[in-house]
Write a protein that binds this ligand. Structure first.
Ligand SMILES: Cc1ncc(COP(=O)(O)O)c(C=O)c1O
Length: 429
């Protein structure tokens, strides 16, 4: 017998997938929902407990200091940055600069004017790719890229005839550095890679990649969406020339923040022109960084929040954060592998991955599983292709998609266990 709550979840799910009387999707349980039995009585009281496991999309919650910093700025400072000489405006300037300095410490960037604020990593990648690549350039990338990398590359393939070599990742494996080395040609102008897949969690061998790129004098662009704030990233040690980051995932800041580090000497064309708060008589964009790329009023509130988040990360220590993440990842791998009928994609070793897990449970559609986890168990996960269809081609799930489970810094082993209990309950009936 179904609990009222679970019955409601399945009914609502099935109703949601009907349009004008036409059934768009029929889940495994749609025709025989009876198979899903009542949840054990002891879970009933816990139904309303929310377990957020969608940190790969955006992290939640944020450190308390982030909420406080944004609130303080909006309530008590409020002025724009780089635009005025009165005390509050200078205070806003100071806060923006402080965030730049903190990011500089996090990524080991000495000259922080080379850090450009953007609204997210998508904007950073667009700026790097469209600002750097020219007609006919050759680029090497991977099969695990997010659409934020893939789509701008495809546009440039059409509009600027760039040639793209895509390194394979069969079954979601990391790229092979030797293969990368073999693909570098005299005309290769950029290696553009994600550091970790947002579908399989696979970590790319960035250190080896950086060394190869340096040896062949090819700049390296890295999408750190799934690793910044979670994995130690030192641009000098890893030989990264263009580091694209987003502020709202592992960096624990608010949405609408991100950035791009541009190594000195790399010629990038700005994609927007406008006010920079100074040198107003110039008819062209100032040459100096960051103004060359930061036309328009900055997201000061967001940048202030990001600063508080990075401060939190530096206080904890990114090495410690990675260790914590690895322990949670190892526990999740162990728990998930015990669920009957569960397919887990990507590396099975915590050392080779981040805490992003794509799964499927028998033949249950990912959308249905995510819906039931949310409605009946209060567990929030994401279903679908996660904006990275190429990665799904590697693991054979491009038609079906996966359920993505992504714990974050504030998740606990107990929450992972609750997920595994829920999955076991679902599959056993
Ligand atoms: C690997 C990767 N790249 C890029 C992005 C895009 O991030 P944003 O939406 O913050 O630009 C994501 C987010 O899902 C991601 O996981």
């Amino acid at each position: 017998m179904l609990t009222a709550k679970a019955k409601e979840a399945f009914n609502a799910f099935n109703a949601g997938f009907k349009e004008k009387g036409k059934l768009l999707y029929q889940g495994k349980y749609s025709s025989h929902a009876v198979r899903f039995r009542a949840m054990p009585a002891q879970r009933e009281g816990k139904e309303k407990v929310a377990i957020y496991l969608d940190n790969a999309a955006t992290t939640y919650p944020k450190p308390e200091a982030v909420y406080k910093a944004i609130d303080h700025y909006l309530r008590h400072i409020g002025a724009s940055a780089g635009r005025g000489a009165y005390r509050r405006a200078l205070e806003a300037d100071g806060l923006v600069f402080k965030t730049r300095k903190l990011l500089g410490r996090l990524f080991n960037i000495a000259d922080v004017s080379n850090i450009i604020f953007t609204s997210n990593v998508t904007e950073s990648l667009n700026l790097a790719l469209k600002g750097f690549l020219r007609e006919g350039d050759h680029v090497v990338t991977s099969h695990l890229e997010h659409n934020s990398m893939w789509r701008p590359l495809k546009v440039l393939e059409k509009e600027r005839n760039i040639r793209i070599t895509v390194l394979p990742s069969p079954e979601g494996k990391a790229l092979d550095p030797e293969q990368l080395e073999r693909t570098i040609l005299p005309g290769t102008r950029l290696v553009a890679l994600t550091h970790a897949s947002n579908v399989t969690g696979t970590l790319m061998p960035l250190k080896e990649v950086g060394e190869i790129c340096r040896r062949y004098h090819v700049p390296l662009l890295v999408d750190t969406a799934q690793t910044a704030g979670v994995f130690p990233l030192d641009i000098k040690e890893l030989k990264i020339d263009l580091l694209a980051f987003t502020g709202h995932k592992g960096l624990l800041g608010p949405t609408g923040t991100g950035g791009l580090y541009i190594a000195p000497g790399l010629e990038i064309k700005p994609w927007k022109e406008g006010g920079t708060g100074g040198a107003s008589l110039l008819e062209h964009q100032p040459e100096d960084l960051p103004d060359r790329f930061e036309a328009g009023t900055l997201n000061v509130a967001g940048i202030v929040g990001l600063g508080a988040a990075v401060e939190f990360i530096l206080e904890k220590g990114v090495g410690q954060i990675r260790e914590h993440e690895k322990a949670l990842t190892a526990y999740a791998l162990e728990q998930l592998c015990q669920v009957p009928g569960l397919t887990l994609y990507g590396p099975l070793n915590a050392e080779e991955r981040v805490g992003v897990f794509s799964i499927n449970l028998e033949d249950i559609a990912p959308e249905e599983l995510a819906y039931v986890l949310d409605e009946a168990y209060g567990i929030m996960v994401r279903a679908g292709l996660h904006c990275a269809p190429q990665a799904h081609r590697c693991i054979g799930t491009v038609q079906r998609g996966t359920v993505r489970i992504s714990p974050g810094y504030f998740n606990t082993k107990e929450e992972i266990e609750a997920l595994s209990v829920a999955l076991k309950e679902i599959i056993s009936h």
